[in-house]
Design a protein around this ligand. Sequence first.
Ligand code: MRU
Length: 394
Amino acid sequence: MTQTRVNPSSGSGWACSPVTLTIQPSRVKLHSLHRRSQERAPFRACMMRTVDWDYDRNELRLIDQRRLPEALVIVSYLEHRMVAQAIREMVVRGAPAIGATAGFGLALAARESTARTPRELLADLQSAAEILKASRPTAVNLIWAQARIFNKLTGFSGSTEAMRQAVLEEAQHIADEDVEINRRMARHGSALLADGDTIIHHCNTGALATVDWGTALGVVRMAHEQGKHIHVLVDETRPRLQGARLTAWELEQYGIPYEIIPDSAAGHFMRTGQAQKALFGADRVAANGDVANKIGTYMLALAASDNGIPAYAVVPTSTIDLSLARGDLIPIEERSSEEVLGLQYHGERVFPQNAQARNPAFDVTPNRLVTAIVTENGVVGPPYESNLKKAIHT
Ligand code: MRU
């Protein structure tokens, strides 16, 4: 029945009901349909991570996040070019998940290559890395994961086949470490949450945005598992609604109480004393602690600061880019205006026919608005220039 690998190192993973549905497009296989409804039972059949390598078939498996919460669809990839497309089109999204996916993308590129020598293979891998790198510019984890793999290959003296294997092994290490790192961040971060807190959470930073467990949402999840009563106000996160679709879906799986709010309501809830903390992740943190994250994070942090509410970024050290002195230097991805204009209300488009739109996918929150940055090595406060360096080198 199932081709999905149960990964014993995964502390959680998504329960899924894998049934091969169709093959679409030619090199991508779609498995596993799940009707949302109230049926939870079919999800019990197996467990998988958001980003997973299938060792039986030597293929990369991703949960198609464009389909949730309506359907849980698992897509299998055999070619790095298709993986780049999946990142660009947000089949997989969230900085750590993108990083792990890019690592496995290189493992696929190594398998696709017909190189006969390690040197030729390295050249093929470098071309593949360029293609993968161009898929989404803001999340630094993509570049970080590739750099890790190329570092591993520096001075490599084995056979071409051994090099292929080394790429896969390092990609798997990156994925496994991500889960472990998220749990460490969650333990540090959960100490910041008090029993009875209402948290405003932006975008999706849960298991879907990582290999498993999650960053900011992982903190909420850990606090919940510790028995704290946490309520989450879920920013919808326009225009792609990662909060309303994905965070809400995850919170339902975990049994954590939540309500979805329009992004523009966050300030109201904080000013009226109905929220005690704001939590978000990051796609890249500059050396001075400026945080690039999903569009709307800046406004959330501004409102938190005005109301004396702590705003925490929960960030693995792989998301910290010490090569960039400040947030202004972080490339901000601008996506298609159709993501904004495609919005429908009661089944009809809401904008006049000739409407134009701008769609920056991320913004930069200045370090002065960030109360602390939670990393796997501990909670880091200002001054960020020195403290982030220490956190990375711990
Ligand atoms: O455009 P997305 O959905 O990839 O954006 C994701 C975010 O902005 C997350 O907050 C960020 O990647 C950190 S989550 C682990």
